[in-house]
Ligand binder design. Structure first.
Ligand code: SF4
Length: 101
């Protein structure tokens, strides 16, 4: 895919995120993703991701578009109801995560 096509797809996907459930939760995202990035402990990363994933799975209307944007933009963090690394699923979606071990 050409760079121009990727930019157009990313812009279109981002435009669909106006109704994002997280749009007023920048601090929560920054804090959670910073903790996830700083740790190498999977349980700690999951614990940090959990509040963000709760937002995603609590009725975000643009989850599919967000996942598409994250894939195109090669996002690392929590997006589309998943933990992603360079746009690819890094952990199972929340509904499949078993936090207690
Ligand atoms: S799926 Fe999650 S990260 Fe994506 S817009 Fe919705 S709340 Fe935000």
């Amino acid at each position: 895919m050409s760079g121009r096509n990727v930019r157009v797809l990313a812009r279109d996907a981002a435009a669909r995120l106006r109704d994002a459930a997280c749009k007023e939760k920048r601090d929560l995202w920054n804090e959670g993703e910073a903790t996830m990035e700083a740790t190498e402990d999977r349980a700690e990363a999951l614990a940090a991701a959990e509040p963000l994933l709760e937002v995603c799975w609590s009725g975000c209307l643009v989850r599919d578009a967000c996942r598409e944007w994250a894939r195109i933009d090669r996002y690392t963090g929590v997006a589309g109801g998943e933990v992603v690394h360079n746009g690819k699923s890094a952990l199972a979606p929340r509904r499949h995560i078993k936090l207690a071990s």
